[in-house]
Design a protein around this ligand. Structure first.
Ligand code: CAA
Length: 380
């Protein structure tokens, strides 16, 4: 067992850290307030290869491994979780879904643009009545021979307004349950496909989240991903990898908050000494560091499983469950260590605390991760 990163992994981590410090940190508070994220920054992430990290270079990707992906995700998330969720969804839900399960024509047409960051994608599974209960899809796709007609509503869709390419899950035969679901590639601008207003959110406010409406949207049959009825398994398999990305995001939010809290505690004085010298604060730092390291081990193990070709359904669920818990609990502690300043935007920790919450909700709530883990345990 080797716990050291390779030279190459360290270079990749340092490049992501430099980018986050020089490009993402300036303006992060303003972007959070205004709920915006400039196209220019998305382009820069694309230029650095962050939009198609694990994609084969023949499709315009960076050809890196999942360990590199989580290192990049952690560094971006320490500074700006709005940026990192765009990266995560584009990489592990959209690019991975297409690369692993799309056909050659679909990869050439769509993956090449997505992997370079020329455009970005969205993953559309959730519905008003199908969040955790993902098999209860109400969006329908009726087979009309050479095309399908889609009708329904998708909500809480990350990159919903900014994306150009949408992977949409819909029910094609309700009598077949999870086997009567398919996944489709839908292009922005297809008649009948409307994008609703942007959600006003607690956290990750720079990323855009929308409700999408499909009214008699004609989708060519060649845009279906995989065999008929593969859509639910497509969503589950893709989400297993997505959960590694969100686990790494949670890890980054937690470690970003810890680094700020440690620095602040060495500067701020109370009762005649720096507050890190008070056991009340020192023990908080000890707990934070220990649990963040434990989360890092789970995140790295899940990424390693993926790189080794092992099944990673359980390891990704465990990593996301634990890292998101650590992110939520320790961002609250980071605010506490900052005292009154922690409640003020310029100290950054209140944003990290708000951003942490979503990591316990999207790409499967913590309760869903426990379903995945416990079913895996019982199945053996
Ligand atoms: N790989 C392959 N197949 C899988 C699978 C996996 N990981 N998980 C399930 N399946 C298969 C099952 O084997 C089963 O197949 P059979 O019928 O042939 O046996 C079929 O799929 C149905 O599975 P279940 O019976 O387990 O289905 P369920 O209704 O009990 O649901 C669930 C399982 C785990 C709860 C699932 O519904 C789930 O993951 N829900 C959460 C959905 C989610 O994560 N949503 C996130 C939205 S996307 C998002 O947030 C992106 C964003 O924008 C940030």
């Amino acid at each position: 067992m080797d716990f050291n990163l390779t030279e190459e992994h360290m270079m990749i981590r340092d490049a992501a850290r430099d980018f986050a410090q020089t490009e993402l940190l300036p303006g992060v508070i303003e972007r959070d307030n205004a709920q915006t994220f400039p196209d220019e920054l998305v382009r820069k992430m694309g230029d650095l290869g962050f939009m198609g990290i694990m994609v084969d270079p023949k499709y315009g990707g960076s050809g890196m491994d999942a360990i590199s992906y989580v290192l990049i995700m952690e560094e971006l998330s320490k500074i700006d979780a709005s940026a990192s969720v765009m990266v995560s969804v584009n990489n592990s839900l959209v690019c991975y879904g297409l690369e692993a399960y799309g056909n050659e024509k679909q990869k050439e047409k769509y993956l090449t643009k997505l992997a370079t960051g020329e455009c970005i994608g969205a993953f559309c599974l959730s519905e008003p009545e199908a969040g955790s209960d993902a098999t209860s899809q109400k969006t329908t796709a009726i087979d009309k021979g050479d095309h399908y007609i889609l009708n329904g509503t998708k909500n809480w869709i990350t990159n919903g307004g900014r994306a150009e390419i949408y992977l949409v899950i819909a029910q094609t035969d309700k009598h077949k349950g999870s086997h009567g679901i398919n996944a489709f590639i839908v292009e922005k601008g297809t008649p009948g496909f409307d994008i609703g207003p942007k959600e006003d959110k607690l956290g990750i406010r720079g990323s855009d989240t929308h409700t999408l409406q499909f009214n008699d949207v004609k989708v060519p049959k060649e845009n279906r991903i995989g065999d008929d009825g593969f859509g639910f398994r497509f969503a589950m398999k893709t989400l297993s990898g997505g959960r590694i990305g969100i686990a790494a995001q949670a890890l980054g939010i937690a470690s970003g908050a810890y680094e700020l809290a440690l620095k602040y505690s060495k500067e701020r004085k109370a009762f005649g000494t720096e507050i890190c010298n008070h056991q009340a604060i020192a023990f908080k730092l000890a707990d934070m560091y220990t649990e963040i390291e434990a989360a890092r081990m789970l995140v790295m193990k899940a990424a390693w499983d993926k790189d080794q070709g092992n099944n990673y359904d359980m390891s990704s669920a465990m990593a996301k469950l634990y890292a998101s818990k650590v992110a939520m609990e320790h961002t609250v502690e980071a605010v506490q260590i900052h005292g009154g300043n922690g409640f003020v935007k310029e100290y950054h920790v209140e944003r990290l605390m708000r951003d942490a919450k979503i990591t316990q909700i999207y790409e499967g709530t913590s309760e869903i991760q426990k379903i995945v883990i416990s079913r895996g345990l019982i199945r053996g």
